[in-house]
Structure formats: structure tokens, C-alpha cells
Design a protein around this ligand. Structure first.
Ligand SMILES: *[C@@H]1O[C@H](CO)[C@@H](O)[C@H](O)[C@H]1NC(C)=O
Length: 383
């Protein structure tokens, strides 16, 4: 009884929520465009033509990708974020030290205003870590501006110099969240970005337990992904392109088929592990290289189509938008979970000790079993 009444109410509650969200985001979008776009008119004009194309290209490869993978844009440029967010195909955005530094040093009046406000804020608060506070406040100011343009998550990095200091990381992460909340952005929309060091992962475990969601970044190896998932990270950001860079150097090889690209293989393995073992940790790759070499910028993106989320820089979003044709889904939860057997065999083959000693051990057991069986057979025949 109670349950069916709830079931009736739920869709209505969702519709109301949706309407409220649409109203709020519509209002803040209007405000954001007045504040940010005016001063970036030149850049914005340059993008107007492609923006028209954006809305027209409903069946672009970008639209196909967005239908299976939630997309995030990799830029701190508010005008560009706005332009892509308006297509409805981009859900999240991120700040990182490079983007914040660029914004902070750009001289562009929009960003200068964010810097000035951060300085004023830190001076007013005083204290002995005024400089660190000003830096965090600047990252949050940029994040707040971005949060008005996209409906989803916005990531903010804890000072990367604290990547090996759990206690300091916790302090700064909690402060970043309170700065967001002070500015009216709820913590449910913020991801605290932490490097996949042991201390970063340990800090993440505590933050997640407090309801502060984290984006574990700089993930290159399986062990980092597994630890992040086991300790409850909301999201990981593996970098297939940089894994490829490394393997190119180590193997002295320049090109791969996209499916064999070591970066693609690494991310697929993380994704499969999460699906197989029921971790809800989101697998969100970023950093892309052409597996087959120049002219194939979208190789890794296409080879991982279907993963939970992806972060893509504007230039590649544009390419996806301009290219037609079908973009097949390559990753899905059920097949990924089933692929673990192949993964086990591959890893086993790579492990000389496990392969050799398992075979040797089995042979010895089998030889003894055969001996025993022969002896019993004789006794049975005699009896
Ligand atoms: C998580 O961090 C990575 C690395 O900086 C970034 O590319 C990605 O967009 C972030 N994810 C979200 C949802 O903000």
C-alpha cells in the first residue's frame, strides 16, 4: 500500500525537482552570460558559427558518444564551457592548477575579478595561511562560475604539494567544500580532486565517509584504480594518453591499433574490474593521444566509447561534432564483467612464476593421483 502510493508520488516529485532545476539553471545561465560573455565577446564571436553547427548536428558522433558516456569539458575558459554546455551534451567541467593558473595570470578582466575577490576575501579573513586561502578561494571562484554553466559535477584540486600529507589534505579539502557552500554551491556538486598517492587515497576514504565526494586523479596503474575503488572513491580519472606516451618510450614503438593501445587496455581493465566487483566508482578517462599516430586524434576516445564518463578538450569535442558516421559502443557493463576471464589468463601468462609453478605443482599432484588410482584399481580387481 504505502509502497504504491510512494511510487505514484515519486515521478511527480521528480518532475517538480526537474522544473525547479531548470528554473534555477535558466536564471543563473542568464546571469552568467551577462557577466562572462560580454568581456569575452571577441572569442565568443569566433565560436558563434560553430555553435550554430553544434545545435544542428543532433546525430554527430558527439551526440552519439554523449548518449552512452557522460561528457565533461577540459578547459577553464568560461566562454567555451558555456558554448558547449548549451548543446546539452556536456554535463561536467573541471578546474585544475594549470587552468586556475592560466586564468589567474591571464589579465582577462573576467578572471582578474575572480582573483581580486579571492585576495580581498583572504585579507579580510586574515590568519597565517592567507596565501593558501587566497589560492583555494580563487579555485573555488572559478569553480562557482563554472557551476553556473554546467548542470553536473565541478572538480576542484587540493594543492598538489600536499599529495603526500593526509592531514593537511583533509584540512584543505574540507575548507574548499565550506568555501563552495558559502558561495551557495552544495557539496553534492563538487568533487575534491586528489592525486592517486597512498595519502591521497587515505584522505579520500575519510572524505567520502563524511559525504564529500572525490575525484582520484593521476591514475595510470591498475593498483591505483583498485585501491581507489576499494576505499570508496566516487570517481577516478585514468589517463590513457599518458600511459601510451610511456609505453612508446619504453617499447620504442610509435603506433598501435586502438584496441591494443596500452592506454586503452589499461582503462578497459579498470572499468571491467569495477563492473565485475560491483564498485560504483565512476571510470572517467581524460588525456588522449592518437593510437595510430598523427591524424587519428579520436582513436582512444572511440576505443573507449561507452565508459561511464569522459573528459575531453574542446578541440576534440569539435572534431567529434564535425565528423559523421556511426560511433559504435565499445564498453558496456555486462561484457566488461565477463572479460575478466581473459584478463586473468593474460596476467597469468605474464607471470612466469605463477605459470611455471602452477603447472609443475599440478603435474606432481596428478602423478600421485595416478599412482593411487592404479593401486586402488589393482586392489579392486583382486577383491
Ligand atoms: C576529474 O579530474 C580529472 C583530472 O583533472 C578531470 O579531467 C575530470 O574532468 C574531473 N572529473 C569531473 C567530473 O570533474
Amino acid at each position: 500500500m504505502a509502497r504504491s502510493a510512494m511510487a505514484g508520488l515519486l515521478p511527480r516529485a521528480l518532475v517538480l525537482l526537474f522544473l525547479a532545476a531548470a528554473l534555477i539553471s535558466g536564471r543563473s545561465r542568464g546571469r552568467a552570460s551577462q557577466v562572462f560573455v560580454g568581456s569575452q565577446a571577441h572569442r565568443y564571436d569566433r565560436h558563434l558559427a560553430s555553435r550554430r553547427a553544434l545545435t544542428a548536428a543532433a546525430e554527430s558522433r558527439l551526440a552519439q558518444l554523449a548518449s552512452m558516456t557522460t561528457l565533461s569539458i577540459d578547459t577553464g575558459d568560461l566562454a567555451i564551457i558555456k558554448q558547449f554546455a548549451e548543446t546539452g551534451l556536456i554535463t561536467d567541467a573541471t578546474t585544475n592548477p594549470v587552468l586556475v593558473t592560466k586564468a589567474g595570470l591571464s589579465g582577462d578582466p573576467v578572471y582578474v575579478a575572480l582573483v581580486d575577490e579571492a585576495i580581498k576575501y583572504a585579507k579580510k579573513k586574515g590568519g597565517d595561511d592567507m596565501l593558501a586561502l587566497a589560492m583555494d578561494k580563487l579555485a573555488v571562484n572559478l569553480g562557482v562560475a563554472i557551476s553556473k554553466l554546467v548542470p553536473g559535477y565541478i572538480s576542484t584540486e587540493v594543492d598538489p604539494r600536499l599529495s603526500f600529507d593526509k592531514a593537511e589534505t583533509l584540512k584543505r579539502a574540507r575548507r574548499i567544500i565550506s568555501l563552495y557552500e558559502e558561495a551557495g554551491v552544495p557539496k553534492s556538486r563538487v568533487l575534491i580532486k586528489l592525486a592517486a598517492t597512498w595519502e591521497g587515497i587515505a584522505a579520500m576514504a575519510e572524505l567520502e565517509a563524511e559525504g564529500i565526494t572525490c575525484n582520484i586523479t593521476l591514475v595510470f596503474g591498475h593498483v591505483q584504480a583498485v585501491a581507489a575503488a576499494q576505499y570508496g572513491a566516487r570517481l577516478i580519472s585514468p589517463f590513457p594518453g599518458r600511459v601510451l606516451d610511456y609505453q612508446k618510450r619504453i617499447q620504442g614503438k610509435d603506433t598501435w591499433q586502438p584496441d591494443e593501445d596500452p592506454g586503452v587496455v589499461a582503462v578497459k581493465r579498470m572499468y571491467a574490474y569495477f563492473k565485475k566487483h560491483g564498485h560504483d566508482t565512476i571510470c572517467m578517462p581524460a588525456s588522449w593521444r592518437p593510437s595510430r599516430g598523427p591524424g587519428h586524434d579520436l582513436d582512444e576516445i572511440e576505443a573507449l566509447a561507452g565508459t561511464d564518463r569522459m573528459t575531453i578538450p574542446p578541440a576534440f569535442l569539435e572534431q567529434l561534432l564535425q565528423s559523421g558516421g556511426e560511433l559504435p559502443r565499445r564498453l558496456d557493463p555486462a561484457t566488461a564483467a565477463a572479460s575478466c576471464a581473459a584478463d586473468f589468463r593474460r596476467l597469468m601468462k605474464e607471470d612466469g612464476c605463477a605459470t611455471e609453478k602452477t603447472a609443475e605443482g599440478l603435474e606432481a599432484f596428478i602423478a600421485d593421483t595416478n599412482k593411487l588410482e592404479a593401486a586402488l584399481k589393482e586392489k579392486l580387481a583382486v577383491a
